[in-house]
Design a protein around this ligand. Sequence first.
Ligand SMILES: Cc1cc2nc3c(=O)[nH]c(=O)nc-3n(C[C@H](O)[C@H](O)[C@H](O)COP(=O)(O)OP(=O)(O)OC[C@H]3O[C@@H](n4cnc5c(N)ncnc54)[C@H](O)[C@@H]3O)c2cc1C
Length: 478
Amino acid sequence: MHEYTRALVWFRRDLRDFDNAALYHALKLSRQVVCAFVFDRDILDALADPADRRVAFIHASVTELQQSLRAKGGGLVVRHGVARDVIVQLAADVQAEAVFFNHDDDPAALARDAAAEAALCARGIAVHHFKDAVIFEREEVLTAAGSPYSVFTPYKNAWLNTLSPFYLQAYPVDAYADRLAAQSTPIPSLQDMGFSHTNLRELKLPLGMTGGAQLFEDFLQRIDRYQETRDYPAVKGPSYLSVHLRFGTVSIRQLAAAAWQQGGRGAQTWLSELIWRDFYHQTLWHRPDVAAGHAFKRQYDALPWPNPPGLFEAWCEARTGYPLVDAAMRQLNQTGYMHNRLRMVAASFLVKDLLVDWRLGERYFADTLIDFDLAANSGGWQWAASVGCDAQPRFRIFNPVTQSERFDAQGIFIRRYLPELARVPDTFIHAPWTMPAVEQQRAGCVIGRDYPLPIVDHAVQRGLALALFKQASPPALK
Ligand SMILES: Cc1cc2nc3c(=O)[nH]c(=O)nc-3n(C[C@H](O)[C@H](O)[C@H](O)COP(=O)(O)OP(=O)(O)OC[C@H]3O[C@@H](n4cnc5c(N)ncnc54)[C@H](O)[C@@H]3O)c2cc1C
């Protein structure tokens, strides 16, 4: 018994045709299912860089999704326009009785979906939406008092206590694949949409569902060593799956199930990172104001950030004179990815050494990261700036030199991204300004000419940061 003769599935941050909640439910309830993706002008027109790697990633992934749906006997209609309008028109054009999609809890996406839903309902078209991007969303994991968690460890314990195989089950889409409609359209090129060539292919980042699967398979071979390796940027320690999680070319259920079943120390640590992701997503759901530039701890909204002229630009352009920070920023600028340890170091440095408002750094990451995720980025920045939920205490200030000595002891990562320091001896690689003039000559790197002098003195800035934070702390903490 079918509820609908024809339904439409609207793909967004779930660019896969396996284990997809909305696609599965649409197929189960309908005789025929048309699949659609809209390159949303509301999002794309606001992007400043025509060579945005995310658009190229989405384009490649949508192309693969269309091919994969075709191989199953289906298709994918692809449009370029204002999604909330296009989807309503398309549903009417294909005579869909219902539209199915998966949740996206970014505030702007919620507003878009509410507008689309209202317009669809006004035309008598039913709307169904589902959890798909996380294991637990919204109000699913709450304290005994029914409020959202703001500290990670109790959240994680509650998350793990709530988990059962039910939540990790895959949606068997292929069981109903014969209900896919063969409707397809050509995919507009990046150029058609005003975007240009990026270096995504040269980066050899595996794309689409096959790329996500390839990376995951590779990671499963080393998941046991994750705990020991994940903090060293020169080592292949983490999974590099963040962009695939962002755009749903992998299934979070499949990833979490593999980590849960494996159960070793590495797998458990990795599962914790997936739980951090859920934690920040539920934080955004309960506190959408954090996405609008407010600190989770509102008293820190009033901090008078000095924002000294030129320092933010030097940080963006990898000219701080602190090699680990500069190498991190070059990795970001050249590849769109930055290792997690370096995100923490670079963010801390901007906020607590350069005394620049964390919102500027958050925005720069948002514009540049290929895996930019509003919830995780806002959470990560507010953690580093000590203004968020379960954040780094304000008096914990990373020393960029000791972080470098600890996590890139031989300077392998630094030299990879700062070739001007290639011949600087290990003893000076973390603080090259301490290198005697004769060593500088020998290394072919004169500090102040070939590589910048440090733009600030860490010890001095540390004191200034502590004084700054005192201004916004409750009197008892001063
Ligand atoms: C200042 C700052 C900004 C950040 N911005 C983002 C962002 O925009 N998008 C993003 O996906 N992650 C962000 N992170 C979290 C983390 O750095 C990246 O998820 C991770 O580096 C991605 O690499 P990976 O996939 O190899 O991670 P792995 O170590 O393999 O982790 C697996 C997955 O767990 C999730 N995860 C890991 N760490 C975190 C975390 N701290 N918070 C939330 N989820 C996490 C990610 O989805 C990641 O892909 C940020 C962290 C900081 C400190």
